[in-house]
Design a protein around this ligand. Structure first.
Ligand SMILES: NC(=O)c1ccc[n+]([C@@H]2O[C@H](COP(=O)([O-])OP(=O)(O)OC[C@H]3O[C@@H](n4cnc5c(N)ncnc54)[C@H](O)[C@@H]3O)[C@@H](O)[C@H]2O)c1
Ligand SMILES: [Zn+2]
Length: 349
């Protein structure tokens, strides 16, 4: 079993291995000796793994109840949240009890925000089951739900007490969700680790998942330790996201998933940076080769002009400018502050 420790406002461990699900009870017992727990999951994940986790908790003599909500981003809202609060009160949950979030980023963000707010905050444990959740969202303590005005607009920073990443669970993901999550994994290599990028490029990814996820959470954990509340270094995690978000908006959040949009954002910015001489020559091609290996796109027919206009929809940029993340080489990244005019010029290549 691999272990990564995060020293954020609270210290916690991320455990990574194949088959950890069947040991989740004993692993949780090591950090939570008392209290009962609510396993919160979605219907897809429940079908595959709900029973196994409940059984493991039972074997460790943990008093556990389970709450299942319909899968998908549409559930990441206040209505699900209210149902979770009702469920917790029906089962007389107090501040010494805790939540176990079993699932992808939707479950982690929603259950995490429920934990952050129920009785002004109770403990929670993450059992991430998607590439996105294992490599990214389960670490860092950002929890949130969506509102009509936009995604993740209501949330809280609330660090988990433990993260249990069973890489075997990734085998039941659809190929599309597997690829989608790989975009953030490649992003971590691009911004911080040439070694991770090499492993992804030169090995069979599916047979190296324990090592790959470990490296990812170590990178994310380190960035979070340095900048828990997102003032400086954490901005590097936005690599590929400025254009990616504009693309997601352009397709009304339906045509293109987040990872696919980020992949196009990373590739486009790297080609431009290379063309302008701020990124080492050859990096963009290596990035494209890896993105394609993972089933991800590198370009999109949407016009750059349209995407620029969408970026401007975010009015705060007009006065304060934009923080653009670029990679100067594989594993090397920096933030460049640009005015909106400079950004337009940059996008034009
Ligand atoms: N908090 C953060 O720092 C952070 C970071 C990145 C993304 N996010 C959030 O994460 C969410 C996206 O996460 P996601 O991609 O994991 O989506 P998701 O949770 O919707 O999971 C994707 C799909 O896969 C299914 N699924 C999950 N695990 C499975 C498994 N092991 N086998 C088979 N099916 C499985 C789910 O039911 C769902 O249909 C977004 O809401 C995003 O805002 C948060
Ligand atoms: Zn992202």
């Amino acid at each position: 079993m691999e272990k990564v420790t995060v020293n954020a406002s609270i210290k916690y461990e991320i455990l990574i291995d194949n088959g950890l699900l069947d040991h989740s009870g004993e692993l949780i017992k090591a950090v939570k000796q008392s209290g009962k727990c609510a396993v919160i999951t979605d219907d897809n994940v429940d079908k595959f793994y709900g029973e196994r986790v409940m059984k493991s908790l039972q074997c460790a003599h943990i008093d556990a109840v389970k709450f299942v909500f319909p899968h998908g981003e549409a559930s990441k809202n206040h209505s699900t949240l209210l149902n979770i609060y009702d469920f917790l009160t029906e089962h007389s949950f107090t501040r010494s009890d805790y939540i176990v979030a079993l699932g992808g980023g939707v479950v982690g963000d929603t259950a995490g925000y429920a934990a952050a707010t129920y009785m002004r905050g109770i403990d929670f444990i993450q059992i991430p089951t998607t590439v996105v959740a294992q490599s990214d969202s389960s670490v860092g303590g950002k929890t949130a739900v969506d509102i009509k005005a936009g995604k993740n607009l209501v949330g809280a920073f609330h660090q988990p007490r433990l993260v249990i990443a069973d890489t075997e669970t990734l085998s039941t993901l659809t190929p599309e969700f597997f690829s989608d999550g790989m975009a953030e994994v490649i992003k971590h290599g691009m911004i911080k680790s040439a070694e991770l990028f090499e492993i992804l490029s030169n090995s069979d990814i599916k047979s190296n998942l324990v090592d790959i996820i470990k490296r990812n959470v170590a990178i994310k954990g380190q960035v979070v330790e340095n900048d828990e509340r997102e003032k400086g270094e954490r901005m590097l995690l936005n690599f590929g996201h400025t254009l990616g978000h504009a693309l997601e908006k352009y397709y009304n959040f339906t045509g293109l998933t987040h990872g696919y949009a980020v992949a196009i954002g990373m590739s486009t910015f790297t080609h431009i940076a290379e063309h302008r001489g701020i990124c080492k020559s050859g990096v963009a091609d290596k990035l494209d080769t890896l993105l394609k290996k993972c089933g991800l796109p590198t370009t999109d027919p949407a016009s750059i002009d349209e995407l620029y206009k969408i970026s401007l929809g975010d009015k705060k940029h007009l006065s304060s400018g934009m923080n653009i993340v670029i990679c100067t080489d594989i594993g090397e990244s920096k933030v460049i502050k640009m005015s909106v005019e400079e950004y337009k010029d940059f996008l034009e290549g």
